[in-house]
Design a protein around this ligand. Structure first.
Ligand code: PMP
Length: 407
């Protein structure tokens, strides 16, 4: 299969628009949320035009059809990460909710005073704050693996901090700021050597379809729909069925119960155990449609294209005087954060908008990382496979013009 970026772009109607600046939209904010292909948009319309009903328990044709589509979607999502039969896919509202379930439902019964939760300095708030909260409740301690100057995990620091006290290691597969792809397999192997559980935040790696996440070394893997070219409001927590069934539920109501009586209630096994109430049926079903779309692409060609864009962007940016790139690891997804001496990153993003270019500025929900980097925020260009070489060149040209005005 070949990778033809023009035909890929045809799949994404939003990319065809002209912005108020009169310039075509250059969408470089994919790490915040990715655009949706026509097949995903069609699947949303089809759902509400043909299939909408509440799932489970309905005895009529429409509900039956929706229930089947919903459970099929779960299977597609398992195939997407090549999860083995031992694993279950729990639908959540996003990666944040998935990580909260791990921290709360696993942490509450498995952490005690003196235990350690090992994160890293490059984590998103979604993989920090839930752990701080459960640490406060249980008396466990949160520790963070340091990063090296190039924005990689400091493996020596990891080895030093990892001990018998470590009960869980929870790290990002790919950083939403630095772009660094962490060697999660080797991290997981080391974590297992001290008997710690392993949780992987795959929110930023799954859109780039890195290697599969099927290793049995990972106890928990969290994914986000909207980063994966699907609608917002959905996510998945993959975990071994056995672990999930040993965890307490976290929200209570319909669908997650086995029997309810005034004397007490019993709960269903995973995945329903963690899916109380009416879920986001449409988004979960359409998430699977997006994954099917991704799986239909030539993954190697996609990766090659993204890496070409990343290499061009990084080399052209590094030629700009006073510009500093945060995250220069060899192993990166196509995310480039930078700052320019004497220029506020927000001014850069605001002025890029005048050229039709969408980027993001700020702490990117990674304030502790900003402290480590010694900045209050960065400007971030995050690319997807539908971006082009021409867009990268236009971005750099526009940035140079802006910097001539601002400096
Ligand atoms: N982890 C990382 C690394 C992220 O980039 C994000 C989203 N910015 C999240 C978790 C949270 O994902 P969601 O928006 O699905 O809650």
């Amino acid at each position: 299969m070949n990778f033809d970026v023009d035909s890929i772009r045809n799949d994404f109607p939003i990319l065809k628009q002209t912005t108020k600046s009169g310039k075509p939209l250059v969408y470089f904010d994919n790490a915040a949320t990715a655009q949706k292909p026509q097949c995903v948009i069609d699947a949303i319309v089809k759902f509400y035009s043909e299939d909408n009903a509440n799932i489970h328990r309905g005895v009529y044709e429409l509900s039956d059809r929706t229930t089947t589509a919903y459970e099929n979607a779960r299977q597609v999502l398992k195939n997407f990460v090549k999860a083995s039969d031992e694993y279950e896919a729990v639908f959540t509202s996003g990666a944040t909710e998935a990580l909260n379930i791990v921290a709360q439902c696993w942490g509450a019964d498995n952490l005690k005073a003196g235990d350690e939760i090992l994160l890293s300095e490059m984590e998103h708030h979604a993989n920090i704050v839930p752990w701080q909260f459960i640490a406060k409740q249980t008396g466990a301690v949160v520790r963070a693996i340091k990063i090296t100057p190039s924005g990689e995990l400091d493996i020596d620091d990891f080895s030093t901090k990892l001990s018998e006290k470590t009960k869980i290691v929870s790290v990002a597969h790919a950083s939403n700021v630095l772009g660094t792809i962490n060697d999660i397999e080797s991290i997981a192997k080391q974590a297992k050597s001290v008997g710690a559980k392993v949780s992987i935040d795959a929110a930023q790696s799954s859109p780039h379809m890195l290697e599969d996440l099927s290793s049995e070394l990972y106890d928990f893997v969290s994914l986000s729909s909207h980063k994966c070219f699907a609608p917002t409001g959905s996510g998945v927590l993959y975990a071994k069925r056995e672990i999930l069934n040993s965890m307490r539920p976290w929200k209570f109501g319909g669908d997650m119960i086995e029997n309810v009586a005034w004397a007490g209630t019993s709960f269903r096994s995973a995945p329903e155990r963690f899916e109380a109430g009416t879920p986001n049926i449409e988004s979960n079903i359409v998430f699977a449609q997006a994954c099917k779309y991704l799986m239909s692409l030539d993954i190697e060609a996609v990766e090659k294209h993204e890496q070409e864009l990343l290499a061009l962007l990084s080399s052209q940016l590094s030629e700009i005087e006073g510009l500093r790139i945060f995250g220069t690891s060899k192993n990166k997804v196509s995310v480039v954060s930078f700052a320019v001496d004497g220029v506020h990153p927000n001014d850069i993003s605001v002025m890029l908008n005048n050229y039709g270019i969408a980027t993001r500025t700020g702490h990117h929900c990674a304030e502790p990382l900003m402290n480590t980097l010694g900045v209050s925020g960065t400007c971030r260009a995050s690319l997807a496979f539908y971006n082009t070489i021409e867009e990268v060149e236009f971005f750099v040209k526009s940035l140079k013009r802006i910097l001539n005005i601002l400096r």
